[in-house]
Write a protein that binds this ligand. Structure first.
Ligand code: FES
Length: 85
């Protein structure tokens, strides 16, 4: 996983089985740093209180009202483009 701030967006980038996924990097529970959590099977786990998020949708797996933003990605000539809108 990679993490950075882009124009005020806290972005987390991960590779799940060759699919590049981008989502918000701050946990909606208490702003934990998702980039410091575990990533396996397409799921990222917040390091602070273990909330788990599906990197395909941004949805929290155990709290239907919680989610992180999920951004569209494309790869052109080896460069990853992320639509932050
Ligand atoms: S801050 Fe992420 S689970 Fe609490």
């Amino acid at each position: 996983m990679r993490h950075w701030d882009q124009d005020g967006h806290d972005v987390l980038l991960c590779n799940h089985a060759g699919e590049i996924r981008a989502l918000g990097g701050a946990c909606p529970h208490a702003n934990g740093p998702l980039a410091q959590g575990n990533f396996a099977d397409g799921l990222v786990v917040c390091p602070w209180h273990a909330w788990e998020f599906d990197t395909a949708t941004g949805a929290c797996t155990h709290n239907g009202r919680a989610a992180v933003p999920c951004y569209q990605t494309e790869i052109h000539q080896g460069v990853i483009h992320i639509r932050l809108a």
